[in-house]
Design a protein around this ligand. Structure first.
Ligand SMILES: Nc1nc2c(ncn2[C@@H]2O[C@H](COP(=O)(O)OP(=O)(O)O)[C@@H](O)[C@H]2O)c(=O)[nH]1
Ligand SMILES: [Mg+2]
Ligand SMILES: [Zn+2]
Length: 284
């Protein structure tokens, strides 16, 4: 007799996955040719010794990225994308802008967490923080190490599932540990033992919210999106472009009557945003 349980995929390993329902947690062999992701709600038949996945429930949302020209769901059923940055490793605005565009294209609320505010060189990224605040993106200045700015951040995370992305070393594992109490091995330990770096996407439960670590999701590209979609992911450029003199304007320096260029020259659109935008639509 079938015994159906409904639950979620908490973690995916190389050849198995961790399934969790209200009353059980099970390791299930990874099914071949089934496009599943952490966060998916699935129906599982647990009547026989080896549990079988019967069905994936429709996804409420997903974070998809392109890997080798194929779209892949990194995590599903999330509400927000938290982009983490720091002064060391130095923030890559190119990457932040790509993540912001990707959150827009996946209809996820973006927020940027600037970590390591305890460091002396944190001042060097203050300008970048203003840049993103001026774009009306929610920004937080925190120190995962010294528990600073965490209360405000926590409030904004309440009742949501948030995927965490950012360069390796920015402090994702440290923040998750602080917020959820989960003992995830941070890079400090990995240096000692050589094998404790987070390697799988996994859901961690906090009090009233969830955080999903997505290691290795850093090197995204927006290859599968067309020019129009990418433009919509750069909100200030998108609205400026409505006032370009020609409808097919490429917004390059040589374009006559380009309103985007006009605003870049006036300093109303940040040079870095413009450059990153142009890089993304190059060849589209
Ligand atoms: N100074 C300082 N160091 C931090 C902070 N948060 C994390 N670190 C350190 O940064 C390194 C990388 O942290 P980790 O959490 O492993 O980063 P991840 O690769 O993004 O998961 C570790 O040595 C942490 O101790 C912080 O707020 N301030
Ligand atoms: Mg980590
Ligand atoms: Zn233009």
């Amino acid at each position: 007799m079938e015994k159906v349980q409904i639950g979620r995929i908490i973690e995916i390993y190389k050849d198995s996955l961790l399934f969790e329902s209200e009353d059980t947690a099970l390791r299930i062999r990874l099914p071949k040719k089934l496009d599943i992701a952490v966060g998916d709600c699935i129906e599982v038949d647990t009547s026989s010794q080896e549990a079988a996945i019967l069905k994936i429930q429709p996804r409420k949302s997903s974070l998809q990225k392109q890997i080798n020209r194929k779209k892949k769901v990194v995590v599903s059923n999330i509400d927000a994308l938290a982009i983490m940055a720091s002064s060391k490793p130095k923030i890559s605005k190119t990457l932040v802008d790509k993540w912001l565009a990707l959150s827009h294209l996946n209809k996820l609320k973006p927020l940027v967490i600037f970590n390591k505010c305890d460091r002396e060189d944190f001042d060097e990224i203050k300008g970048d923080i203003s840049l993103y605040r001026n774009l009306a993106i929610e920004c937080f200045e925190v120190s995962a190490k010294y528990n600073r700015g965490i209360k405000e951040l926590k409030q904004s995370l309440m009742n949501q599932s948030i995927a965490l992305v950012g360069l390796s070393g920015v402090g994702k594992s440290s923040l998750i540990k602080l917020l959820t109490g989960e003992d995830i091995k941070t890079q400090n330990l990995s240096k000692n033992t050589g094998r404790h770096t987070t390697t799988t996407t996994k859901i961690y439960a906090g009090e009233g919210f969830e955080l999903i670590d997505t290691p290795g999701a850093g090197d995204i590209d927006l290859e599968c999106f067309d020019k129009e979609q990418i433009t919509s992911g750069f909100s200030e450029i998108s609205s400026a472009s409505l006032l370009c003199e020609f409808r097919n304007c490429n917004h390059s320096r040589s374009d006559k009557g380009c309103n985007v260029i006009k605003l870049v020259d006036k300093g109303m659109i940040a040079e870095s945003r413009y450059e990153n935008y142009m890089q993304q639509i190059d060849g589209k």
